[in-house]
Design a protein around this ligand. Structure first.
Ligand code: NAP
Length: 248
């Protein structure tokens, strides 16, 4: 079954990834919904229902992005189901916030392994197919924290800053094959990831946001759709900051 556009979204079982899936579904794309573990299958199924409710096709794919073999296996299956992979959205991410004095090597490695190495694994797996097709779009979900840093988030900031460097390198390496790579750098977005932050931290963020509200998952999804569209064909290696003015 070949479809005109297929999109692989990592970490699409909830949050921003789920919303990106919903917005792509409105365009009739085939949506490959990645989730990390069997225990999260139900959430991934929920994303699939949301996609199907909008008249699109899709499928769920279990793979921990920190495991290259699992990612390669997932990409093979997506290619078989969808016919091609036109867009990769490297969205999967975690936080393990601690001040450096308390951060263990395990806290550091786990965040880097999922956020940054996971994005590398997905890039490595999809670019083979995109090079053959002589087209492709990669959008990395980075963070403004990867640009400005944050106390208590050294591991997360390093992983998200690393994604920006990865993105620029991918843009240079694959540009001649008509593959673009860009980052979306969200500011403070209302999701499960941010709902447990202390009130003091959220108040501090809000005082710096020019547009006096926190971002929504739709705000991020719309930026991803733009960078994946034909209208963005000549944009590559860029970071689109979607933060309501937080970092101005
Ligand atoms: P979220 O609600 O915690 O969702 C994260 C997603 O990643 C979940 O679907 C999660 O699956 C998945 N995931 C975690 N580890 C994975 C792994 N090893 N392999 C595959 N998938 C994995 O987070 P979110 O707020 O939607 O954030 C999505 C992305 O945006 C992240 O990269 C985050 O860093 C970035 N971001 C968020 C904000 C914000 O304010 N929320 C700001 C800047 C950047 P499970 O459901 O199984 O855990």
């Amino acid at each position: 079954m070949a479809v005109t556009k297929s999109v692989l979204i990592t970490g699409a079982s909830r949050g921003i990834g789920q919303q990106i899936a919903v917005q792509f579904a409105k365009q009739g794309a085939f949506i490959a919904i990645n989730y990390p573990f069997e225990s999260e299958k139900e959430n991934a199924m929920q994303t699939l229902h949301e996609v199907q409710n909008r008249g699109s096709q899709g499928q769920i794919y279990e793979a921990d992005v920190s495991n290259l073999a699992a990612v390669e296996d997932m990409v093979k299956k997506v290619k078989m189901d969808a016919g091609s992979i036109d867009v990769l959205v490297a969205n999967a991410g975690i936080t393990k916030d601690k001040l450096i004095m308390r951060m263990t090597s395990e806290d550091w490695n786990q965040v880097l392994q999922i956020n940054l190495t996971g994005a590398f694994h997905c890039t490595k797996a999809v670019t083979k197919e995109m090079m053959q097709a002589k087209k492709g779009r990669i959008v990395y979900i980075s963070s403004v924290i990867g640009m400005i840093g944050n106390a208590g988030q050294a591991n997360y900031a390093a992983s998200k800053g690393g994604m920006i460097a990865l993105c620029k390198s991918v843009a240079k390496e694959f540009g001649s094959r008509n593959i673009t790579a860009n980052c979306v750098a969200p500011g403070y977005i209302l999701t499960e990831m941010t709902q447990n932050l202390p009130k003091e931290a959220t108040d501090q963020f809000m005082s710096r946001v020019s547009i006096k509200r926190f971002g929504t998952m739709e705000d991020i999804a719309h930026a991803v759709l733009f960078l994946s569209s034909d209208q963005a064909a000549y944009i590559t290696g860029q970071v689109l900051v979607v933060d309501g003015g937080l970092t101005l």
